[in-house]
Design a protein around this ligand. Structure first.
Ligand code: IPM
Ligand code: MG
Length: 354
């Protein structure tokens, strides 16, 4: 029997609640399929930082290399500045483990009400392929004359032909595999006339390899508006790191709840483990109450199985999530219900095992 070694970083806040829920579901999925999952927990995160002054062990990157995948909850704590918690944990993992694709499905599941009036599941079914290793998040820059009237901050964006080409190719390949075969590229070449003109040129070159995919570029502001006004016209979106960050929050919001959307930080070359996480954050306001929606984490776990080659287990979890949500009886408060995390998880594991 094949056994996958999974590094678990539940992290902060509701990460500690939704990741155990996801693990329960993964265990049921494994027992239905012909594979095993071996989970190893790491206590990295903000509590770890408050104890040790670091978000991670010094050799964290070497440690995780021994695993097939990483299952991450959420990182963020009101006692730790956000730029420390993100810059020292999530972003270095994405960059150092060459997870250059951030894959984010944005779907309105049947049974959930979108804040967009009159929209149903048929209207909102997109996936964002977000560049995850460079661009506006490259981390280069600095501050000078700190605290004086002459203070300067510089934050550089780095866009490479190689980086744009590989994310574009991934996005076109994904678009080709979907029924509508549409690809929208988010640009801003009217204002960012170095980086985004290169982006446009390289994406257009790659488009030439995919004549069967209908390709269009949009300035990111217009694309943001289009997601709200005409979501049914969008299928796959390819975007730079920052644009993808913003567009995927819009995508989760129109999908009815931040508690639903998953994401995969994927190293397509498989030279290091990929990392799967819910899009939502640590939600300190509801942490510890046992009412967090586990669906995003469960769905992220399903994406992890898909990446590991267990496509049918992924599909079974997705069908189960759709049935539980569609049934409308067991729902956490973010979806207008009164169920707890445990009750919602039990609804999923019960159906999945049946
Ligand atoms: C996300 C988050 C992160 C990002 C933060 C925590 C750095 O918003 O995963 O979308 O901007 O990528
Ligand atoms: Mg974000």
């Amino acid at each position: 029997m094949k056994t996958y070694r999974i590094a678990v970083i539940a992290g902060d806040g509701i990460g500690q609640e939704v990741i155990p829920a996801g693990i329960e579901v993964l265990k049921v999925a494994a027992s239905r399929g012909a594979f095993g999952c071996d989970f190893t927990e790491f206590s990295w995160g903000s509590e770890f930082y408050l104890r040790t002054g670091r978000m991670l062990d010094d050799d964290a990157f070497q440690q995780v290399m021994a695993f097939d995948a990483i299952y991450l909850g959420a990182i963020g704590d009101p006692r730790v500045p956000d730029h420390i918690s993100a810059r020292e944990l999530i972003l270095p993992f994405r960059q150092r483990l060459r997870q250059y694709v951030n894959l984010r499905p944005m779907r309105l599941l049947p049974g959930i009400a979108s804040p967009l009036a009159g929209r149903t599941a048929a209207d909102i079914d997109m996936v964002c392929v977000r560049e995850n290793s460079e661009g506006e998040y490259c981390g280069m820059g600095g501050r000078l004359h700190v605290g004086t009237p002459d203070e300067i901050a510089e934050q550089t964006g780095v866009f490479t032909r190689r980086g744009i080409e590989r994310i574009a190719r991934y996005a076109f390949t994904l678009a080709r595999s979907r029924p509508r075969k549409l690809l929208a590229s988010a640009t801003k070449s009217n204002a960012l006339h170095h980086a985004m003109v290169l982006w446009d040129e390289v994406v257009a070159e790659v488009a030439g390899e995919f004549p069967d995919v209908t390709f269009r570029k949009y300035h990111v502001d217009a694309l943001a508006a289009r997601m709200i006004t005409h979501p049914q016209t969008l299928d796959v979106i390819v975007a730079s790191n920052l644009f993808g960050d913003i567009l995927t929050d819009i995508g989760s919001a129109i999908s009815g709840s931040l508690g639903v959307g998953p994401s995969g930080n994927i190293n397509p070359d498989r030279t290091a483990p990929s990392m799967f996480e819910p899009i939502h954050g640590s939600a300190p306001d509801i942490a510890g109450k046992g009412i967090a929606n586990p669906i995003a984490a469960i769905w992220a776990g399903a994406m992890m199985l898909d990446h590991l080659g267990e496509r049918s287990a992924h599909d079974a979890i997705l069908r189960t999530i759709e049935r539980v949500i569609g049934d409308e009886r067991v729902r956490t408060p973010d979806l207008g219900g009164r169920a707890t995390t445990a009750e919602m998880t039990k609804a999923v594991t019960g159906l999945l095992a049946a």
